[in-house]
Design a protein around this ligand. Structure first.
Ligand SMILES: Cc1cc2nc3c(=O)[nH]c(=O)nc-3n(C[C@H](O)[C@H](O)[C@H](O)COP(=O)(O)OP(=O)(O)OC[C@H]3O[C@@H](n4cnc5c(N)ncnc54)[C@H](O)[C@@H]3O)c2cc1C
Length: 532
């Protein structure tokens, strides 16, 4: 089997890339995916988001190494598996980050990655329900919609945010992110618009695109310095697929460095540790892991109209099921993080460095603590948008089926902790303003007793989670630790590019799905231009 282009990983970036490359009927594209076809009765139901913590079919369900900065805790690390990748299991919030994030990438020497350069790719992918504008596209494959919100407290959160002094922002993907408001979502007609639904389903009949699902890539093979084929295992049977022109890795922030290292490309010591011969030493592979640390202030709710697994909540859920099955309406047709915003931790910060999410429920650890979900509550989450701490991903074994070792090193940098302490105070100020103040009862976490910096720091270290936005582990740049150049080509090798979250030099100040899709779109443009 041989294709012109082989794409390894059919996630947010990979699906977009496959769709764009195969628009040219003169080329053939093979799209390799370790997971299945990304279909199933629950995967497209937005409100079933939390169930993915327990469903192995769509989720790699990794656990991190114990993290010193977060009291030695291991962090649950969901990653999507199947055609659609992490867009099959994400919370569907559509946010690009701040324009200055991309300008910074360009300022680091990455030509073609300033916001003005990448905006056309964001616009091309998008079918925004508000129509086309300077910032938005209306005719792309990816639905970006204003979704009706059935949680009354959500709009009171926005009003409380405005009362607390933050501006109302109707479009976080417009001129700037600052302020509070409703998010837009990758949801269409009450269904999750994963990259499978957006980019792959509509073109399933294209004869020049072959989707090789249930095929786990175990190694990239090289002739001289050129990547020429990929070893795969499907249901226990090994086989090899060739690439006439290029192999493009889109296996995500963990899968991409893992596959590189299994193929002898990476830091010499990390390979030697597992007896893997060094084919091409690239010390940056697996380094620079960045994610958004997330903490929350939670309150008992005085109303019973949020999401909960308490008896009243279960009755609501029954009604929700009926409304959804009767026409894909109601709370199962929306995300559980309907509103939020972007704020500055301190007055001197220019571009908002904190992201807010309001959830009409109590949850911890991706909802895996069911006892918490059984209470009625409201939570104000705050993410650090541009943390300084970085971690790493390495092999745990030369076995390609073994999960990678993931060390987030969250809160390693004291500035990150300090900013989150400020963040908690901002959240408290919003949550206790009218009109939201009428909804909340006692503060449950950190609890009214925690007031000093030291008390809040202790809370941050004991409870901080990451936001499931890992990036940066094969970063773009031109220094010794860079893995790809600004055309996404792996330094020192031929015929091999990377296009996924791992190439981000720094994390974007917001949820990462839109940026990954843009990277897939942009990669298609680069490949096409280089070929022509
Ligand atoms: C629980 C959760 C909630 C999130 N919520 C949001 C949100 O609301 N908004 C937002 O913008 N972002 C969100 N994100 C983040 C966002 O979804 C990801 O950043 C984005 O999907 C990553 O895209 P990617 O292309 O880099 O990788 P992925 O989409 O993860 O794709 C990688 C693909 O490669 C496949 N793969 C890996 N290894 C191999 C191999 N060896 N062989 C073959 N295939 C392989 C994987 O199975 C997967 O399909 C969330 C993520 C998670 C997990």
């Amino acid at each position: 089997m041989e294709f012109d282009y082989l794409i390894v990983g059919a996630g947010s970036a990979g699906a977009a890339l496959a769709s764009r490359l195969s628009q040219d009927s003169n080329v053939t594209v093979g799209l390799i995916e370790a997971g299945g076809d990304g279909r199933g009765p629950l995967v497209d139901v937005p409100g079933a988001f939390g169930l993915h913590a327990f469903i192995q079919r769509y989720n790699w369900l990794y656990m991190s190494e114990p993290c010193p900065g977060t009291a030695g805790r291991r962090h649950f690390t969901p990653r999507g598996k199947g055609v659609g990748g992490s867009s099959l299991i994400n919370a569907m919030v559509y946010v690009r980050g701040a324009p200055s994030d991309y300008d910074n990438w360009a300022a680091l020497g990455n030509r073609g990655w300033a916001y003005d350069d990448v905006l056309p790719y964001f616009r091309a992918s998008e079918a925004n329900s508000r129509g086309a504008s300077a910032y938005h596209g209306a005719t792309g494959p990816l639905a970006v919609e204003d979704v009706p919100c059935n949680y009354a407290a959500a709009d009171r959160y926005i009003a409380a945010g405005v009362a607390a002094g933050y501006p109302a922002n109707p479009d976080f993907n417009g001129a700037e992110t600052h302020g509070v408001g409703r998010y837009q979502f990758t949801i269409r007609d009450g269904r999750r618009c994963s990259t499978r639904a957006a980019f792959i389903d509509p073109i399933a009949e294209r004869s020049n695109l072959e989707i090789l699902s249930d095929c786990h890539a175990t190694r990239i093979n090289f002739t001289d310095r050129r990547a020429v084929s990929v070893d795969l295992v499907r249901k226990g049977h090994p086989f090899t697929v060739g690439a006439r022109r290029e192999i493009i890795l889109c296996s995500g922030a963990f899968g991409t460095p893992q596959l590189l290292m299994l193929s002898g490309v990476g830091p010499g010591d990390a390979l030697a540790e597992h007896g893997i011969d060094i084919f091409h030493e690239l010390p940056g592979v697996g380094r620079n892991l960045i994610d958004h640390p997330d903490v929350a202030v939670s309150y008992r709710s005085l109303r019973r109209d949020g999401f909960s697994l308490a008896p009243v909540g279960l009755l609501h859920l029954l009604g929700d099921l009926l409304r959804y099955s009767g026409g894909r309406k109601g709370r199962l047709a929306e995300s559980l993080a309907p509103v939020g915003g972007f704020i500055r931790s301190e007055a001197h910060v220019q571009v908002p460095d904190m992201q807010l999410h309001f959830t009409p429920l109590l949850y911890d650890d991706y909802g895996r603590k069911l006892a918490m979900l059984a209470r009625h509550g409201l939570s104000g989450h705050v993410y650090l948008a541009r943390p300084k701490s970085t971690g790493w991903v390495r092999l745990s074994s030369p076995d390609p089926f073994a999960p990678p070792r993931i060390q987030y090193n969250m809160l390693d940098d004291p500035d990150d902790v300090r900013a989150l302490v400020h963040g908690l105070r901002h959240v408290r100020r919003i949550m206790t303003q009218q009109p939201l103040a009428g909804d909340i009862g006692m503060e449950l976490t950190p609890g009214p007793a925690a007031q000093t910096d030291a008390e809040l720091e202790d809370f941050v270290r004991r409870t901080c989670q990451h936001a499931y936005h890992p990036v940066g582990t094969a970063r773009m740049g031109h220094d010794d630790m860079a893995v790809v150049d600004d055309r996404l080509k792996v330094h020192g090798l031929d015929g091999l590019r990377i296009a996924d979250a791992s190439i981000m030099p720094t994390i974007v100040s917001g949820n990462t799905n839109a940026a990954c899709i843009m990277i897939g779109e942009k990669c298609a443009g680069l490949v096409r231009r280089d070929t022509n």
